[in-house]
Design a protein around this ligand. Sequence first.
Ligand SMILES: Nc1ncnc2c1ncn2[C@@H]1O[C@H](COP(=O)(O)OP(=O)(O)O)[C@@H](O)[C@H]1O
Ligand SMILES: [Mg+2]
Length: 239
Amino acid sequence: MHIEIDAIAKEFGATRALHPVSLSIPEGALVALLGPSGSGKTTLLRLLGGLEFPTSGRVLFDGRDSTGMSVQERRAGFVFQSYALFRHMTVFENIAYGLRARPRALRPNRAEIARRVDRLLALIQLPGIGSRYPSQLSGGQRQRVALARALAIEPRMMLLDEPFGALDAKARKELRQGLRDIHDQTGLTTIFVTHDQEEAMALADLVVVMSMGRIEQIGRPADIRLRPATDFVRRFVEA
Ligand SMILES: Nc1ncnc2c1ncn2[C@@H]1O[C@H](COP(=O)(O)OP(=O)(O)O)[C@@H](O)[C@H]1O
Ligand SMILES: [Mg+2]
């Protein structure tokens, strides 16, 4: 899905979380929203998913104005930093949750749900773990299950908020590759939030650098110019 962000801004009372920002995200892109804490990354992601509504501006999905569109209509697959899996449900039940929650007319039958869950477990390279509980999985495995659950609803876009944030270095690397593979296989427009420069550069086709509620740069990783940390130190020392 092609996403056109047209001058959206967001205020929370007196706090300006987002100044008017505009951004065009091509169909199938893998986009990193990169910036320090408080720069408005989560706010922008939540506005896309319909979890928040803009104070002004609008977002177009495949040319269609999304103002007033519900979360369900937007069909976003969400993944958050802390594994938002249901602890009392098995992996199978977690992945099937969104399908089972559909109104009867839109709900696949039991066999179809089982087929889809199996396909998704294969896609995340964890076949055969459907009967386990989240507590029996590693952090990286849980986050892959969270990806499968987000994919189960057949989303039109994937929105991931610091999906690697809670993982150790090894699990991070694996999940990065996992996200790449899934993106290659599904071709879904995917937007992930990170404050890790290296991660954004290694993974994304398009990097959006944010700072204080604004977009500072947009480009391919090779075209992004980041101020190295030493620059700050030098200026501080010279001042
Ligand atoms: N629900 C909220 N109520 C009040 N202020 C908020 C809310 N959500 C975010 N903010 C503020 O908006 C700014 C941007 O926050 P956020 O989008 O979460 O940044 P990031 O994800 O880049 O860390 C911050 O100053 C934050 O405190
Ligand atoms: Mg955030």
